[in-house]
Write a new protein. Structure first.
Lengths: 497, 477
């Protein structure tokens, strides 16, 4: 039997069903492991041990009574962007350091209803703004593959935790690449579904038209399980889509013969590390082996995606973050002399530098006189980018390429450069997918100098089942997704012997 | 020099939906502070808006009632500004794609002339909360009960040319809103608030003058007074060689003056952009048709029908049709008694006077439509005279029962027995030889003296027509 720490969601569910161990036992084991490694990795900002054990106990009772669902009792972690009733939701910000929501996000409700056990809440870039998890008020998260490297962002805590086997899976969100890039950097399977697939209710907003929840796991099968559990129409989110949720597990094994894979020439161009490209080409060869057809496509406007994104996302963020004014909840400065003083100091103290930068950029882009030149223009580009994808999808079924031009970079190397644009370019291959609202995935495609490389798979609207199927077939034929940080026993982390 | 006032009105109507525009909280007025504020109204993180379909339907209803184009695609926008009673830091409104497009409103002035004013647009938006400055000595309290209440902002073209017209427009709007049942229209509770854009120009000029905006006027009377005083202020200013500054002003009813609101150092830039948490609302013809089918007969159509169907004067028809309850009351009473004209006189006359005095809506009338019909029937069948009817009506208002009951208990039934009347007249003629002499010598005015005597003798119950006939006959002798 695989050690319980190394089991994924599907495997754990089977173990629990077979009564190899109880939910309380596996929950305690993960809590112990979090205890052991979290000081070092800083992946969790809140550990909900007592609550988790209580949930696990209930889960075991349900198993005993025969009322359990398939995933009842399986532990996991939530990104600290999802509101959890009674448990702090800080969103990586000092602003919400003491914020305890009186409600659960719909995603939280759904996983609760499935009987899954929340171990705690994971670290993230402040308000999901960042690509390295270095903007968090709670400090940077470390990459378990190499503690001097970033795990990627903004879902860096979730990625680090899953990669280090502190939990078998974690929820995450993706506004410009925040699931896929950390998945690539930490050797994980990450999926961001189509915009509207998962309810945003209770998920703290960064850029409303781009934000989408998803998951970070160690296999496509696990991703299929969690995505299925989290998806569905929610009357509380007007942008959620009222379409049935397919059984993603049922289609995982479909053969890939005849699958037309598009390779955007812009994603295999200058700027891509040639060794990363080599690994991606090797992965593509595996698909060819399975009968898929490769075809070059062009996303003509992809060079505009980062620029358009950094107008639209900050514009929406500038309004989304106006509610943090010190009036009703969140950080309020000490002894304000008047209203303006309260606004200014509460926000100056509550927000970090990157959040402030984006609020200012967004405010500027919406200012009378600049609105047409920035916001309207960016929206036009967004349309062109969507058109590019539509055109490509008239010729191919999915689009593949590298998730990131390189492997994980050193902590502080970009953040400290004070060059925000260098960090923004991190998302060069992922951002267009959010602008177009399409589903996107990253799966491990190889190791470069001992560090994971991610393959990005992008599909048509609501083609999550197909993406998971493609990923699963790849993972059946390769073992990159089973590689764990370091060498030797377990995950190679201290205490794993 | 002759001056012309140019006025455009922006009217905020609070829609009488059960819940708020984007949340399920109640919109009831007067609850304890912050007891009607949901998580969305408090702008807690991660909460999202869901459009209240009833509010949309009300907006479309209004649009159809003013003959406006309905936006097939209406879009909500965020209007950004910081204020403590604006929890999200933006107000959700409609900038470029309002639900209601161009329409018009026709109203009649007291002198009978009719005016049609363009309505530029009407859009849905949420109200803000309230800042309470009086409750706490050092702090400001925030009550978010009102935050998120649906408003329909109705913007007129600058086509009104006098304070009188502005009030007539407002009253017509008020009538229409009540007709449609989309608001209680109570100005004292802020259910209908008016901002007036006022400018003046020399009569004959084609260019508009610089306008000022008078904010939040909360009664018809104040609208009239505020516009008059503001127009005069602008005229005086210009005539003294000054210039009108474009600004926002407040009307102070106690001093009957407008004064400049502390102007912000920089002009507001609301940084509008489309609300990404709400999809554009797509309205199809079927929806518009369905809403149209729920429209009641509107005042103008009703007034025209009253004139045609009941032969009422234009004035009476308009008065009755202006208020839906009054019109319903009228039609019910008229149908029951079978005399539409007489009913119109009673409803617009005696009944209205009683209601005005008691400050009652016709819905709370002490005399029901059916009871009034009962009274009119007795006038028509000569049981009582019109004069006696007034006495009976007073008793009905006082709660003494139906017309028939009062007529019986007070013995007010008209005397129509010609023998009895003749007997009375014979006696009166015998008792007043001097007056008889006068009448016969040509002083026909004395005739009314005899009528009066008969009425006195009969305690007003003698049938006036019969009295006249018999008197004439007897006096001619």
């Amino acid at each position: 039997m695989t050690h319980m720490m190394n089991q994924g969601v599907a495997e754990l569910a089977q173990s629990l069903a077979r009564k190899d161990f109880s939910s309380v036992e596996v929950t305690q084991a993960f809590l112990d492991r979090i205890q052991l490694h979290n000081n070092d990795l800083n992946a969790f900002v809140t550990i909900t041990g007592e609550q988790a054990l209580a949930q696990a106990k209930t889960a075991d009772a349900m198993r005993a009574a025969g009322t359990a669902g398939p995933w009842t009792g399986v532990p996991f972690a939530h990104k600290d962007i999802f509101c959890t009733a009674g448990v702090r939701t800080a969103c990586g910000s000092r602003m919400l350091d003491k914020f305890i929501a009186p409600y659960n996000a719909t995603v939280v409700e759904k996983l609760n209803a499935a009987g899954m056990v929340m171990l705690g809440k994971t670290n993230m870039d402040e308000f999901a703004m960042g690509s390295s998890n270095e903007t968090s008020w709670y400090g940077p998260v470390k990459n378990p593959w190499d503690r001097t490297l970033v795990p990627g962002g903004s879902s860096g805590g979730s990625a680090s935790a899953v990669a280090a086997h502190l939990c078998p899976a974690a929820t995450a969100t993706d506004t410009g690449g925040s699931i896929r890039q950390p998945a690539a950097f930490c050797g994980l399977t990450g999926i961001k579904p189509t915009y509207g697939r998962i309810s945003r209710w209770g998920m703290i907003a960064f850029a409303s038209s781009l934000d989408q929840a998803g998951v970070l796991t160690r296999s496509a099968e696990d991703a299929a399980i969690l995505l299925h559990t989290m998806s569905g129409f929610d009357p509380k989110d007007s942008t959620s889509v009222d379409l049935p949720v397919p059984d993603y597990l049922a289609t995982l094994d479909k053969p890939l013969k005849g699958l037309r894979i598009g390779l955007p020439k812009q994603h295999f161009a200058e700027g891509l590390n040639p060794q990363v490209e080599k690994l991606i080409r090797d992965a593509l060869a595996e698909f060819e082996k399975q009968g898929a057809i490769l075809k070059e496509v062009s996303l003509d406007n992809s060079h505009l995606s980062v620029s358009a994104y950094y107008v639209i996302a900050p514009a929406e963020a500038s309004a989304n973050l106006s509610r943090y004014d010190g009036v009703r909840y969140g950080h309020r400065c000490d002894k304000p002399v008047d209203l303006e003083d309260m606004y200014k100091r509460s926000r100056a103290e509550g927000f970090g530098a990157e959040v402030k930068r984006r609020i200012m950029v967004g405010t500027y882009a919406l200012t009378a006189g600049f609105y047409d030149a920035y916001y309207i223009k960016a929206q036009k580009i967004r349309r062109l980018i969507k058109d590019d994808f539509d055109r490509a999808f008239s010729e191919v079924d999915v689009i593949m390429g590298p998730t990131s031009p390189h492997t994980a970079f050193a902590l502080g190397s970009k953040h400290k450069q004070k060059d925000p644009v260098a960090m923004y370019l991190e998302d060069i291959y992922t951002i267009a997918v959010n602008l177009a609202g399409l589903p996107g995935m990253s799966i491990p495609a190889g190791l470069l100098n001992g560090l994971p490389v991610g393959l990005q798979i992008v599909g048509r609207d609501f083609s999550e089942g197909q993406l998971l199927n493609i990923a699963h077939r790849f993972q059946q034929a390769t073992d990159w997704h089973t590689r764990t940080p370091g060498v030797g026993a377990g995950t190679g982390l201290k205490g794993d012997q | 020099m002759a001056w012309e006032t140019v006025i455009g009105l922006e009217v905020h109507v609070q829609l009488s939906t059960k819940s708020k525009l984007f949340s399920g909280s109640s919109t009831e007025f007067g609850a304890a502070p912050n007891t009607q504020a949901s998580m969305y109204d408090l702008a807690l993180p991660g909460t999202l808006p869901v459009l209240n379909g009833e509010a949309l339907q009300m907006a479309v209803k209004f649009g159809l009632a003013i003959g406006a184009g309905i936006g097939k695609k209406s879009v909500f926008d965020r209007k950004n500004y910081f204020y403590p009673d604006l929890p999200k830091g933006y107000q959700t409104s409609q900038l470029n794609h309002p639900t209601v497009g161009k329409g018009s409103l026709t109203f009649t002035l007291d002198d009978g002339t009719s005016r049609t004013i363009g309505v530029t647009r009407a859009h849905l938006e949420e109200d803000a909360g309230k800042s309470l400055h009086e409750l706490f000595p050092q702090d400001t309290g925030i009550d978010l009960n009102r935050a998120g209440t649906p408003l329909l902002e109705i913007v007129s073209e600058p086509e009104l040319r006098s304070a009188r017209e502005a009030v007539a427009y407002l009253k017509k709007l008020h009538s229409l809103i009540l007709y449609l049942g989309i608001s209680d229209g109570d100005m004292s509770q802020g259910s209908m608030r008016c901002d007036a854009n006022v400018s003046v120009r020399k009569l004959g000029d084609t260019q508009f003058g610089t306008r000022t905006e008078i904010k939040n006027i909360n009664s018809f009377r104040f609208v009239e007074k505020a516009i008059l005083i503001e127009a005069q202020r602008q005229i005086d200013l210009i005539e003294d060689g000054g210039r009108v500054v474009q600004e926002t002003r407040l009307y102070d009813p106690d001093k009957n003056e407008t004064r400049s609101m502390r102007s912000k150092e920089v002009a507001n830039d609301y940084r509008y952009f489309p609300e990404p948490d709400l999809l554009p609302i797509i309205i199809d013809d079927a929806y518009i048709e369905a809403v149209g089918a729920t429209l009641p007969e509107l005042p103008d159509v009703k007034a025209a029908r009253f004139q045609q169907q009941y032969g009422l004067s234009g004035y009476d028809a308009n008065v009755l049709a202006a208020n839906r309850d009054a019109a319903d009351f009228y039609e019910a009473a008229a149908a029951e008694c079978g005399d539409a004209k007489l009913t119109a006189n009673w409803v617009t006359g005696d009944l209205q006077a009683v209601l005005n005095k008691a400050e009652l809506d016709i819905a709370c009338s002490p005399v029901s439509a059916s009871a009034l019909a009962g009274l009119i029937k007795r006038i028509k069948d000569n049981t009582i005279s019109s004069k006696i009817a007034k006495t009976v009506f007073e008793a009905m208002v006082a709660g003494e029962g139906s017309a028939d009951a009062i007529i019986d208990s007070r013995g007010l039934r008209q005397v129509t027995d010609s023998g009895a009347i003749e007997q009375m007249i014979t006696a009166i003629i015998a008792a007043n030889p001097k007056q008889v002499e006068q009448y016969r010598s040509g002083q026909e005015k004395v005739f009314t003296f005899f009528v009066g005597q008969v009425m006195k003798e009969s305690k007003g119950k003698a049938n006036p027509t019969q009295v006249n006939d018999i008197l004439l006959q007897k006096l001619k002798g």
